[in-house]
Design a protein around this ligand. Structure first.
Ligand SMILES: C=C1C[C@]23C[C@@]1(O)CC[C@H]2[C@@]12CC[C@H](O)[C@@](C)(C(=O)O1)[C@H]2[C@@H]3C(=O)O
Ligand SMILES: O=C(O)CCC(=O)C(=O)O
Ligand SMILES: [Fe+2]
Length: 371
């Protein structure tokens, strides 16, 4: 049984806003009452945790990785046939519609079999294999997301264990799937002698030059290789959906933000999944769970980072508001109830780094609840 308590391990002095901690790790094979309590605690304290013994076969992961790697290895002229991302399809450096940029290329897909089947035709020379491999992967991680959401309901002592999972298992769910591919990055002052550090023991904490980052808002950074700004892979943001299930190869770069403003590097773990609380889960729990800010910094690596995210979202017409089992007095609602589809529209009108949930904070607006 793997039960790791999140313990701050290191905080360097001066004005370096970085820290390291033991990622809260939940073994999904342990007794439900233990796992559910740990998940609720991690969602409250960090909005982030790792799951192990998740039951997703290695083969399903390896096949998805191979299909994606094969796509990104193609010439730009071929990849471009699946783009530009609007928002679905192949994208390169441009994220969203409002000028955000990152040092990456990606494919963003709707996570349903019909759409995947259509999209696969522009992505692969063997579309039926691509869509069947992607469907298998998406179904497997969706199951992980549902298991986690049911454990959350249990941990919150809610009788209807499917209160959250049914939102994403609804046939009209709006979940999506993204594969990000970050090119290798070697810092301009990098020496070959450092190779051993890169391969094995490289310490991302000391390599994040925060004094440089503070000069320029992250979302303004471009991806010009060779300048200091080349290090932003995917700028800081929270995910708007309910839950995100991330898996990456063994290349580092992911960082999460602690409540006190430190960037915490997350060591990659290709066999396991990282789980992020999204904005919608924050609203569904009336702020009890926190959506976690995160980003990807291009780290010294000769190898590309490849990550896959399943963003679990409800149907567009689903009301997002805390159920009475969580908040019995609606006058205490932090957020106005909103439909996922309306929230998504706001999301796409804003920049990556914006705090979108603030737009739904209750000030003087009348409270309407669908419950
Ligand atoms: C700049 C943007 C890209 C994004 C939509 C947005 O306007 C703001 C949120 C971004 C984000 C972050 C999490 C996911 O990667 C994503 C697919 C999502 O749902 O919200 C992306 C959007 C995107 O890349 O299309
Ligand atoms: O690529 C990663 O590791 C994370 C990317 C991310 O946060 C996103 O696509 O929303
Ligand atoms: Fe994200």
């Amino acid at each position: 049984m793997v039960v790791a308590t999140p313990i701050p391990l290191l905080r360097r002095g001066g004005n370096k806003k970085t820290a390291a901690f033991g990622v809260p790790t939940i073994d999904l094979s342990v007794d439900k009452s233990i796992a559910s309590e740990m998940i609720v605690k991690a969602c409250e304290d960090y909005g982030f945790f790792k799951v192990v013994s998740h039951g997703v076969p290695k083969k399903v992961i390896a096949r998805m990785e191979r299909e994606a790697a094969d796509f990104f290895s193609r010439p730009v002229s071929q990849k471009g046939r699946a783009g530009p991302a609007a928002p679905f399809g192949y994208g390169c450096k441009n994220i969203g519609f409002n000028g955000d940029k990152g040092d990456l290329e990606y494919i963003l897909l709707e996570a349903n079999p019909v759409s995947l089947c259509q999209r696969a035709k522009t992505i692969s020379n063997d579309p039926s294999t691509f869509s069947s491999v992607t469907n298998d992967y998406v179904s497997a991680v969706k199951k992980v997301a549902c298991d986690i959401l049911e454990l959350v309901a249990e941990g919150l002592w809610i009788e209807d264990k499917s209160i959250f999972s049914k939102l994403i298992s609804n046939s009209q769910n709006d979940s999506c799937f993204r594969v990000n591919h970050y090119p290798p990055f070697i810092a301009p002052n990098h020496h070959h002698d450092d190779q051993e550090l890169i391969d094995n023991h490289w310490d991302p904490v000391s390599s994040v030059h925060e004094e440089e980052l503070e000069e320029e808002p992250l979302h303004m950074m471009t991806s010009t290789v060779g300048s200091k700004s080349s290090r932003v892979g995917f700028g800081e943001h929270t995910d708007p959906q309910i839950l995100t299930i991330l898996r990456s190869n063994d290349v580092s770069g992911l960082q999460i933000s602690s409540h006190d403003g430190f960037w915490i590097p997350v060591p990659p773990d290709p066999n396991e999944f990282f789980v992020f609380v999204g904005d919608s889960f924050q609203a569904l729990t009336n702020g009890r769970f926190k959506s976690v800010r995160h980003r990807v910094m291009a780290m010294n690596s000769w190898k590309p980072r490849m990550s896959m995210m399943y963003f679990a979202a409800p149907a567009l017409d689903t009301w997002i508001t805390a159920p009475p089992q969580i908040n019995s007095n609606i006058t205490n609602n932090i957020y106005r109830p909103f439909k996922w589809g309306d929230f998504k529209q706001i999301v796409y009108s804003l920049r990556l780094a914006d705090s979108r949930l603030d737009y739904f904070k209750n000030h003087h607006c009348p409270i309407m609840t669908p419950y």
